[in-house]
Design a protein around this ligand. Structure first.
Ligand code: C5P
Length: 293
């Protein structure tokens, strides 16, 4: 029986870079939030024990280079499984956009293959495999609203964030994550993101408190390296919704309490020829909900 999974996009409501580590990664405190926008993953048995991948996005490798394929290889090896899988990936999340599309596909492959191959792995083992695939993959396995620490791979669930309508826009640039992290320089103390305040606002279900604390330490380097991203953020802010770079970019998001305001910005951007999406926050409790952490 084929298995179907949704791979949800994510944004970071706050992303605080603490310091650069000896291993080259950056120590973070970040609040991840799943979005309803998702890729579709279909997994079916391959009786010959092989892994294969078909993907509808022209720019994406349908080979071992694809993180979804690597997730299947890793799980097969870790669980000592002889079975194979045919992976079909329908992309809807923009690629290399700071929305964790590739990480979320990999997490969905892990979730789905556990069901297809009928294997049982402890939650910690699944999260460990996810962390080996990438810093954002453990969150994508869990979904919902969560605090990420370490390089982002240590995930603690948070109460569901109040619902927001989300407009995403992409300036059509593929921003390399490593390059943006490399260009990061610490900010003066008074400009630090207020992560404690953001967490308090989430625990209190305080929408205004959340909106007033959106912050991302990677905006500085991303805007310096890719000026059109900053121009896009300014354009979106002018529509009245608090806006922020997602992850290392290049996607910028705006949050709205009312759908009509989100629709207005989405329509305007689309008319201006900007690649835009209208979606909403996802609690992670619905269909496709992740591994509980
Ligand atoms: O973990 P992932 O493969 O997604 O990271 C991609 C790149 O982003 C890393 O090789 C590293 O250069 C950078 N990165 C970082 N600090 C993090 C996460 C990613 O420096 N916390």
């Amino acid at each position: 029986m084929p298995v179907f999974e949704k791979a949800f996009a994510k944004i970071n409501l706050i992303l605080e870079v603490l310091h650069k580590r000896a291993d080259g990664y950056h120590e973070l405190r970040t609040v991840f939030q799943s979005l309803a926008l998702h890729d579709l993953i279909l997994l079916d048995d391959a009786p010959d024990g092989s892994i294969s991948l078909a993907c509808d996005a022209p720019g994406l490798p349908g080979s071992r280079e694809n993180l979804a394929w690597r997730a299947a290889d890793l799980l097969k090896e870790a669980a000592g499984v002889k079975k194979g899988a045919v992976i079909t990936l329908v992309k809807r999340i923009p690629v290399a956009a700071g929305l964790a599309g590739g990480s979320s596909d990999a997490a969905a492959v892990l979730r789905g293959l556990v069901r297809l191959w009928k294997i049982s792995l402890k939650k910690e083992e699944m999260m460990g495999l996810a962390a080996r695939l990438g810093s954002d993959v453990p969150f994508c396995l869990a979904g919902g609203t969560a605090l990420g620490t370490g390089r982002g791979e240590t995930v603690r669930p948070l109460p569901a964030c109040p619902a927001f309508y989300v407009v995403l826009a992409n300036p059509g640039l593929a921003v390399p994550t490593a390059e943006v992290y490399q260009a990061y320089r610490p900010l003066p103390e008074r400009k630090r993101p207020d992560t404690e305040g953001m967490l308090a606002a989430i625990y209190a279900g305080d929408s205004e408190g959340i909106l007033s604390r959106l912050a991302n330490d990677l905006e500085g380097p991303a805007f310096t390296l890719f000026p059109p991203v900053e121009r896009l953020k300014k354009r979106m802010e002018a529509a009245g919704g608090p806006s922020l770079l997602s992850g290392s970019g290049a996607t910028v998001f705006s949050l709205f309490r009312e759908r009509k305001h989100a629709e207005k910005l989405y329509t305007e951007l689309s008319r201006e020829g900007v690649a835009a999406w209208l979606t909403e926050t996802e609690t992670g409790k619905g269909e496709g909900a992740g591994v509980s952490v």
